[in-house]
Design a protein around this ligand. Structure first.
Ligand code: DC
Length: 231
């Protein structure tokens, strides 16, 4: 292993349980967990709340100015009550707001913008540089940490992923249909995999895990074995 405390990169398709696996690993090994999707979602919420989105176009000039003026400050804070790391935008807890379909439907177009990626990737590298970290996203193993100690590429059948996400949203009281969720999942996969800057793709040295028919516990056990085999 190159680092004393490893960097573990988990990439993969939308709603395939990357964060569940990443959190499980972080808890098991007492590493930090960074949800990079939440960072792109936070920028998307900024775009929505500041009306930088009109007629399918994002006002990139205003968004860039906002970054330059330090008006888009993203952070995470551990909540001991929920035992979760929650996302903050300019000091406000936005964890719930960023999980709904409004943000989900706009996040991939926001994540395509090169300066947004540049800003967030710098932040991610800074957050992970000491190691002892599990980071999930789309370009962690290919771009953010190409020398990560372990790279996992996670996927599952699109309908199974949509069904899981649909249940999660319903359980959170959101008014959505299965078809809407399936459309969102497949469209995000398409935009994320075909964009020019750092598209979603499996790194050559990533371990591919398909969890369509694998339980959360079984998957975690497999991943723990992979981490343990690093030492
Ligand atoms: O992991 P998630 O579904 O919360 O991510 C939301 C979106 O953010 C995803 O559709 C694409 C984008 N994203 C990205 O482009 N790069 C990352 N490292 C993480 C997420």
């Amino acid at each position: 292993m190159k680092n004393k405390k490893p960097i573990i990169a988990i990439d993969g398709h939308s709603s395939c349980g990357k964060s569940t696996l990443a959190k499980g690993l972080a808890k098991h090994f007492k590493y930090k967990y960074i949800d990079t999707g939440a960072m792109y979602r936070a920028v998307t919420l900024y775009v929505i709340e500041n009306m930088l989105f009109r007629k399918k176009n994002i006002d990139e000039i205003k968004l860039k100015n906002a970054f330059e003026n330090g008006d888009v400050k993203i952070g995470f804070q551990y909540n001991p009550k929920t035992l979760k790391s929650e996302t903050f935008l300019n000091g406000k807890n936005i964890e719930n707001k960023i999980r709904g379909l409004e943000v989900s439907n706009l996040v991939s177009p926001v994540a395509v913008i090169p300066f947004v990626r540049h800003e967030l990737v710098s932040l991610q590298r800074e957050m992970g540089k000491e190691g002892g970290i599990v980071m999930d996203g789309r370009d962690i193993g290919t771009n953010v940490f190409p020398n990560a100690d372990l790279k996992i590429f996670l996927t599952a059948d699109a309908k199974i992923r949509a069904q899981r996400r649909y249940k999660e949203l319903k359980d959170n009281g959101q008014d959505v249909s299965f078809d809407e969720v399936l459309k969102n999942v497949t469209e995000r996969d398409k935009i994320d995999s075909t964009r020019k800057t750092n598209p979603l793709k499996q790194a050559k040295d990533a371990v591919l895990l398909d969890n369509s028919h694998v339980s959360i516990d079984e998957q975690l056990k497999n991943a723990i074995n992979l981490v343990e085999s690093l030492t």
